[in-house]
Design a binder for this molecule. Structure first.
Ligand SMILES: CC(=O)SCCNC(=O)CCNC(=O)[C@H](O)C(C)(C)COP(=O)(O)OP(=O)(O)OC[C@H]1O[C@@H](n2cnc3c(N)ncnc32)[C@H](O)[C@@H]1OP(=O)(O)O
Ligand SMILES: CC(C)C(=O)C(=O)O
Length: 516
């Protein structure tokens, strides 16, 4: 087996896409995560592009210890010098120089004759070798280049000292079979090819970047350029996570290669990039999309519950996704519903009770896109709970400001009696929740708090959702409150969570007492 080198270009080609530019600090953060992911080469940028990119490459070169750091450079001495200088903090460096070899690029863009392009390429390699012994050469638009000329260029740059020759499908025009054949042809027609690693760089204009890269690997490529989440110029590059997982999951097919990527870091890396760029992947994106390990259809859910591999070809944990998800919705079946009831702690319901709940759940699912755990609990408690001691808010008063200690007073009606409590806190919500806990005589840990506006304008209705762990219970309770006053909405949400918690507690206690 041979190692497949993973050349990550998220910080170079990836950031070339509109809206994906990264600051120096963001690039460093991302590079350190790519190092954890175990990529072999990090192309940190294009040193000659800007002072910021120069600085970013320099910082990445200073901080990254376990991956090779690389800069792109045109076949120009000034670009190569910049690249060499930016990479100087590390010994583990590569210069990646390129020039286009296709007729259309040579004629219209470079305005150079093929002979001149070949000479430039060779000169660039020789110059880059002054800064490092690891030089990669890309024949830009290789796929649309004339074959004989491409072979000649590769032969010449290898002779000049290039250790890696990269074959880009710059405009994403290739079809997998053709691209695989191009790699096989290069292997068979470039006389000194055994002195260099064949690399590929595929764009996704026809959605074929990953397929083309894999076809190239099958035909002898031993380095793949890829980006996290497949970001990059136009429709992007080959998605690193897809290439790596295809090689891993289908090792029966890709028998000759392996990667040293720590796949458990994939999801984290993908999420970090999303947070940095503010651009999230679509839910059905392979490997890292929200739905990649989610199952909503009853037949699938039944299969997964019986034996995971019926509908999953890889484990969510292997790519760092916490767990595959059974999502309850209108396509779900009784098996999945019953399993969720058990997960929620309702283990003693009879089969006929489950049937009743399942019918209600299906009706609800027809109206709602996704049925959450709190909806299921509400169904159970509505159907079976005898809890009628709901706490109600009667009055509240909160003082807050920049020069006062936030203090809240709440009056609650609980079990037929009114209780008043006052408490301080770090802010208006905190003191209100502290006062509520005193009034309700319960301790709760706020696990999550979200607020959103339900309408627009200054008088918009605010909706607050809280998740609270009461009395260190294993189960968390969620609550929702709405009001034009966000403090009132917060108090209502907290009381709602409390009522749900108490109803559940009383239901489970009754089941135990009745020995069900
Ligand atoms: C396929 C790819 O992804 S290649 C990488 C693409 N990435 C980028 O372009 C991002 C960074 N680029 C930049 O910041 C700028 O384009 C720079 C700094 C590189 C160059 O800027 P400018 O000097 O203003 O030139 P501009 O971008 O307008 O035009 C490109 C010039 O480079 C030349 N050129 C293009 N590729 C190459 C090459 N591989 N080798 C030598 N010259 C090249 C073009 O012919 C053109 O030359 P001209 O100015 O003599 O006509
Ligand atoms: C510089 C090369 C590798 C490139 O980005 C391309 O051809 O798309």
């Amino acid at each position: 087996m041979e190692k497949l080198i993973i050349f990550d270009t998220t910080l170079r080609d990836g950031e070339q896409a509109p809206g994906f530019s990264m600051t120096v600090e963001e690039k460093v953060k991302m590079a350190l995560q790519l190092e954890k992911l175990g990529v072999d080469v990090i192309e940190a940028g294009f040193a000659a592009a800007s002072e910021g990119d120069f600085e970013a490459i320099k910082r990445v070169a200073q901080e990254v210890k376990n991956a090779k750091v690389c800069s792109l450079a045109r076949a120009l001495e000034s670009d190569i010098e910049k690249a060499g200088e930016a990479l100087s903090p590390t010994e583990n460096r590569r210069i990646h120089t390129f020039i286009a070899t296709s007729p259309i690029h040579m004629q219209y863009k470079l305005r150079m004759k093929p002979k001149e392009v070949l000479e430039r390429a060779v000169k660039a390699i020789k110059y880059a070798l002054k800064f490092t012994d690891d030089v990669e050469f890309s024949a830009e638009d290789a796929f649309r280049s004339e074959r004989e000329f491409l072979y000649r260029v590769f032969e010449a740059v290898i002779d000049a000292g290039a250790k890696t020759i990269n074959v880009p499908d710059t405009v994403g025009y290739a079809i997998p079979e053709e691209f695989g054949k191009l790699i096989a042809d290069i292997k068979n027609n470039v006389p000194n090819i055994d002195k260099a690693v064949i690399s590929v760089h595929c764009h996704n204009d026809l959605g074929l970047a990953v397929a083309n890269s894999l076809s190239a690997v099958k035909n002898g490529a031993r380095q793949v350029h890829a980006t996290i989440n497949g970001i990059g110029e136009r429709a992007g590059n080959a998605a690193l996570e897809e290439v790596v997982m295809a090689i891993k999951v289908r090792h029966d097919y890709f028998k000759d290669v392996y990667t040293t990527i720590n796949t458990k870091e994939i999801y984290k890396t993908s999420r970090l990039l999303c947070r940095i760029t503010g651009s999230f992947v679509q839910p059905n994106k392979a490997i890292v999309g929200d739905n990649a390990f989610a199952h909503e259809a009853g037949i699938h859910q039944h299969g997964i519950l019986a034996h995971r591999e019926t509908y999953e070809i890889m484990r969510a944990e292997d790519v760092g996704v916490p767990k595959s998800k059974i999502v309850l919705g209108k396509h779900s079946g009784r098996h999945a519903f019953k399993a969720r009831l058990e997960e929620l702690g309702y283990t003693t319901l009879s089969e006929s009770e489950i049937d009743t709940l399942f019918q209600k759940f299906k009706k609800l699912a027809d109206k709602k896109k996704e049925v959450f755990d709190e909806d299921i609990e509400a169904l159970i408690l509505e159907e079976f709970s005898e809890f009628d001691q709901e706490a109600k808010l009667k009055y509240f008063h909160v003082i807050s400001g920049d020069n006062v200690i936030p203090t809240a007073t709440v009056r609650i009606e609980k079990e037929g009696q009114e209780v008043i409590s006052t408490a301080c806190g770090d802010g208006p919500i905190d003191c209100a929740f502290n006062a509520l806990e005193k009034a309700l005589n319960i301790k709760g840990k706020l696990m999550d708090y979200t607020i959103r506006s339900l309408s627009s304008g200054k008088d918009a209705m605010g909706e607050v959702r809280v998740i609270v762990r009461f009395e260190d219970s294993e189960h968390i309770a969620s609550g929702k409150g709405t009001s034009t006053d966000i403090i009132e909405a917060s108090i209502k949400a907290y009381i709602d969570a409390y009522n749900k918690y108490m109803a559940r507690k009383s239901f489970l206690t009754r089941q135990i007492n009745e020995g069900v």
